[in-house]
Design a protein around this ligand. Structure first.
Ligand SMILES: [Zn+2]
Length: 316
């Protein structure tokens, strides 16, 4: 993902914001327990740890990428048995030639016509393949979050719209971010679902990206559809997590764009800031993006928001 804007507007409030975030992390221990009937942030954290252990480096074509695919598939055996786990293989033209990629789609059928898609990329950044980059926040924790949401919907089948999980491949640039070198998986899927008519059933396409950081604050992402941003704000109120939302606002290029371009309502739930007060991107796309930067509390907040947004879209 990429944010074309600068950090200048946010610089002044950053020190205060970090202090507020630290205070809030203490305050929300109670809500970690209160939301235990949904998805547990602690469980998402543990799944992230297991995913990183099984597949620390997951760049396309690597053994770790294959291990990541196996990890995802292994967690959806019941859905696979029902034909509700789909491997969407495709070949993408990249600056280094054709590369094989695979999106995984897991379907939880609902009661009414229409689909809410929850998506995360599961691979790691290709240009960083030669450093010790594991993408704990960038790809791993949101893959774990989607798996945990799947476990929830397995136990509590959707009563409204169907919920589909999309573990997409090739979100990252292979060489350097551009409209043709990025978002390979979601560009492929949006085109495919346009061709076969699936896209007309999608009520919302919601992306999870980089939302496990200890000091997380979710951006008001301005490429997202306004009514979905409103529902996210309402979810913040419903779940008591309003202080984790919208400290900054900016447009981010992420997996929602190929669907936005085809007029699907989209929402990118993302915290682009990931670093220190002096350097807000210090951990992003570096070997510092490791599990110790994440917290079960932030993952709890993210899980609560996702479950509530899905509920609100059903009622919308
Ligand atoms: Zn990335």
């Amino acid at each position: 993902m990429r944010a074309p804007g600068s950090w200048i507007v946010q610089a002044r409030s950053r020190v205060l914001a970090v202090l507020v975030a630290l205070a809030m992390n203490c305050a929300s221990t109670a809500s970690v327990q209160a939301q235990a009937h949904g998805v547990s942030g602690q469980a998402v954290y543990k799944l992230t740890q297991e995913y990183l252990a099984a597949a620390p480096k997951r760049y396309i074509g690597s053994p770790g990428h294959a291990a990541a695919e196996n990890f995802i598939k292994a967690h959806f055996a019941p859905e696979a048995a029902k034909g509700n786990l789909i491997a969407d293989n495709f070949s993408a033209r990249t600056p280094i030639g054709q590369l094989s990629m695979t999106n995984y789609i897991v379907k939880f059928p609902g009661k009414k016509d229409g689909v809410i898609v929850l998506a995360s990329h599961y691979e790691t950044n290709y240009p960083l393949k030669d450093i010790d980059f594991v993408g704990a926040n960038d790809g791993a924790c949101t893959t774990a979050l989607l798996i945990a949401l799947g476990q929830y919907y397995r136990a509590h089948p959707p009563q409204g719209y169907s919920v589909w999980l999309v573990f997409d491949d090739g979100e990252e640039a292979v060489k350097e971010w551009s409209s043709s070198d990025s978002l390979y998986g979601t560009r492929h899927l949006a085109a495919k679902w346009s061709g076969d008519g699936t896209i007309s059933h999608i009520k919302a396409f919601i992306v999870a990206d980089m939302i496990g950081w200890k000091s997380m604050n979710i951006t008001k992402e301005s490429n997202s559809t306004p009514w979905l941003l409103d529902l996210l704000a309402k979810a913040g109120k419903d779940t008591g997590h309003v202080s984790y939302l919208f400290r900054d606002s900016q447009a981010i290029e992420d997996d929602h764009l190929p669907f936005k371009q085809r007029d699907v309502p989209v929402l990118d739930i993302i915290d682009y800031e990931y670093g220190t007060p002096k350097d807000p991107e210090a951990f992003h796309h570096t070997e510092k993006d490791t599990l110790d930067k994440l917290s079960p509390v932030s993952l709890q907040v993210s899980a609560d928001l996702f479950l509530d947004v899905v509920k609100l879209i059903d009622q919308h």
